[in-house]
Write a protein that binds this ligand. Sequence first.
Ligand SMILES: *[C@@H]1O[C@H](CO)[C@@H](O)[C@H](O)[C@H]1NC(C)=O
Ligand SMILES: *[C@@H]1O[C@H](CO)[C@@H](O)[C@H](O)[C@H]1NC(C)=O
Ligand SMILES: *[C@@H]1O[C@H](CO)[C@@H](O)[C@H](O)[C@H]1NC(C)=O
Length: 208
Amino acid sequence: MMQEKLPQGKGGCWTLRLWSAAVISMLLLSTCFIMSCVVTYQFMMEKPNRRLSELHTYNSNFTCCSDGTMVSGKVWSCCPKDWKSFGSHCYFTTDFVANWNESKEKCSHMGAHLLVIHSQEEQDFINGILDTRWGYFTGLSDQGQNQWQWIDQTPYNESVTFWHEDEPNNDYEKCVEINHHKDIGWGWNDIVCSSEHKSICQVKKIYL
Ligand SMILES: *[C@@H]1O[C@H](CO)[C@@H](O)[C@H](O)[C@H]1NC(C)=O
Ligand SMILES: *[C@@H]1O[C@H](CO)[C@@H](O)[C@H](O)[C@H]1NC(C)=O
Ligand SMILES: *[C@@H]1O[C@H](CO)[C@@H](O)[C@H](O)[C@H]1NC(C)=O
């Protein structure tokens, strides 16, 4: 039955409606019973399901991918439909402009938060999904005098920063956007929080 719904094969993505996710969870439950791994089942069900219901409030469809391997009993990694997937996160770029506070709220209403960059690879991926005509707010802001802080409390690591040359350059510019400079490319720029830009929301993948 699982093979009908979710054809196997190396690598694949499938759009699930929420009920399908529930059906799959049930199937995994049966499998788990056979394998007597109830503990694993509870771990799988409780955490993702809470997040599934949070995400359900704005989007009931998910795209789930599997590379054919099972890690800790989880086969499928899921992002809300139309979000982009990279590593352990899903990303969404807004199509409206708003100030930083409003952008933060918008992401939060989608069960997500503003972008947090953890690595060069992640920054490269993000650069690849942006439109050079716009600037995009990130979840980095200044809590004092160059006291940079990520919105999810990820420690600010000087060696994983992608500031444009000579940035940050103003004490009163307390929010950070990613923008594109012709001939130079993408980078971070500090900017006043009341200015209006697009933004990037990020949420952890759900594993089923
Ligand atoms: C989910 O997908 C179904 C079928 O593709 C579609 O009819 C429905 O409108 C989608 N729901 C949302 C919230 O996008
Ligand atoms: C900062 O990032 C570098 C490169 O990824 C890493 O080697 C280093 O351990 C990190 N430092 C802290 C304090 O996390
Ligand atoms: C954002 O909200 C904080 C408090 O929530 C407020 O102090 C600040 O003035 C607001 N900034 C803007 C640009 O709206």
